[in-house]
Design a protein around this ligand. Structure first.
Ligand code: AMP
Ligand code: GLY
Length: 423
């Protein structure tokens, strides 16, 4: 089976690494991919949000399945585009349709879904510029910290957590009145602050059945001790040590099953990953957010722990046969540490040569923001490499990643030395 992966990050590199190991994988294509994905397949230079380009590539290369990495093509309706096109409608797409993708694309849509199906989440209200005054009044009824969320996609920057009421009111005005995050903040969800520890669950569903993938925890802040600006993620571990059998059973009963059943009740067909951002408060799970794709860098620890054949898993998803699929999980821990460009998540330079990759032993380097220039590998993004290792526990795995990071070099490289510090 010829397969196309859409995307260009560490997540897509990991999916390519795993799919390429399957005897059922024919020609593998990654669009646009990076300098790491060429080891596992052929990169295609195209924009995943330009569906006409995607169609051309699918027909030219006789692609029989499409795996969508990032959220943008899903929120823009790539799956619907395939279903509405006579040449494409029989080619399975792993990733939900546009309506369902609102679970990630609209915070209000996700909150309404959770309320409708009794899925535990923070209390909230949503506001537009027309009822800004009511927004101020609602803030006055809450206690600090105040959580303000732009309704739409804002590249991970649309959530503000503020300690001061006046500041929260000012930010609300800037989001609604001055469209601080563009159209994404023409609606704002204000919610109750939940105090707890976060982790994520990953589910793959064929719209009838589901399998639960290994859970993970990522580290979003740039600085040690979870300080500083938010990034796409600086590292991750799987499994999450505090998520014991009792807690995971609560997650399945109170969150995962109601989510799958809720989709069915709402008659929302959903084929693909559901990434559930959770927070544990008094040993109870609450949903912070849904994403309609895998996480990055969570994929770099979740996928390496799946022993089952990934082509078979996706085929079972496309054929609505996940109920017969026995997922085989590696019992070891996996950790990944992101090596990023100096300055990231703010301005940073690109084009630094990466050296030392050939010296890495007993870790897997998944490339993210990299590109080939002749036989050189250069940095081309903020998050550059994800160094994944296995261990009997996350500490041992982490040690291995750090040992190998010391062998890799690019100018101004940066990484966190304290992944898992809070566990
Ligand atoms: P989101 O994009 O909704 O996942 O929010 C980004 C981050 O903000 C989350 O990973 C949490 O760390 C934090 N956050 C979001 N909502 C809440 C909440 N209600 N209470 C506490 N922290 C939150
Ligand atoms: N690592 C968080 C995300 O992929 O959204």
């Amino acid at each position: 089976m010829n397969i196309l992966i859409l995307g260009s990050g560490g997540r897509e590199c990991t999916l390519a690494w795993k799919l390429a190991q399957s005897s059922k994988c024919g020609d593998l294509f990654i669009a646009p991919g990076n300098a790491g994905t060429v080891k596992f397949g052929t990169n295609l230079e195209l924009n995943p949000n330009d569906f006409k380009q995607v169609k051309e590539a699918v027909l030219n290369h006789d692609i029989q399945m499409v795996i969508v990495g990032p959220e943008d093509p899903l929120v823009l309706g790539i799956h619907d585009f395939f279903l509405e096109d006579n040449d494409l409608k029989n080619i399975p797409v792993i990733g939900p349709q546009k309506y369902a993708a609102q679970l990630e694309g609209s915070k209000e849509f996700a909150k309404e879904f959770m309320y409708r199906h009794d899925i535990p989440t923070a209390q909230y209200k949503s506001f537009t510029v027309e009822n800004l005054e009511e927004g101020y009044q609602f803030l006055e009824t809450l206690h600090a910290p105040y959580v303000l969320k732009a309704d739409g996609l804002a590249a991970g920057k649309g959530v503000l957590i503020l300690n001061d009421l006046q500041e929260a009111k000012k930010e609300l005005e800037e989001m609604l009145g001055q469209q601080k995050f563009g159209a994404a903040s023409s609606k704002v969800v204000i919610e109750e602050f939940l105090d707890g520890i976060e982790m994520s669950s990953f589910v793959l569903t064929d719209s009838e059945n589901y399998v639960i993938l290994p859970n993970a925890k990522d580290y979003k802040r740039i600085g040690e001790g979870d300080k500083g600006l938010n990034t796409g993620g600086m590292g991750a571990i799987s499994p999450v040590p505090f998520a014991d059998a009792e807690f995971l059973s609560k997650v399945e009963k109170r969150v995962i099953i109601p989510t799958i059943e809720g989709l069915k009740k709402d008659q929302i067909a959903y084929v693909g990953f559901i990434f559930i951002g959770l927070i544990r408060v008094n040993n109870e799970p609450y949903v912070i957010e849904y994403n309609v794709r895998m996480g990055d860098p969570e994929t770099e620890v979740v996928i390496p722990r799946i022993k089952s054949d990934l082509v078979e898993l996706f085929k079972a998803t496309a054929d609505k046969k996940l109920n017969n699929f026995n997922l085989d999980i590696d019992q070891r821990s996996a950790t990944t540490v992101m090596m990023v460009s100096g300055g990231y998540p703010e301005a940073y330079d690109k084009g630094m040569q990466i050296t030392g990759l050939e010296k890495v032993e007993d870790s897997i380097v998944f490339q993210a923001g990299t590109k080939l220039s002749g036989d050189k590998i250069l940095t081309s993004g903020g998050r550059v490499l994800a160094v994944t290792s296995y261990g009997v526990d996350f500490k041992q795995a982490l040690k291995q990643s750090y040992k190998n990071i010391e062998k890799i070099h690019f100018d101004k490289m940066n990484y966190r030395t304290d992944i898992g510090f809070d566990l």
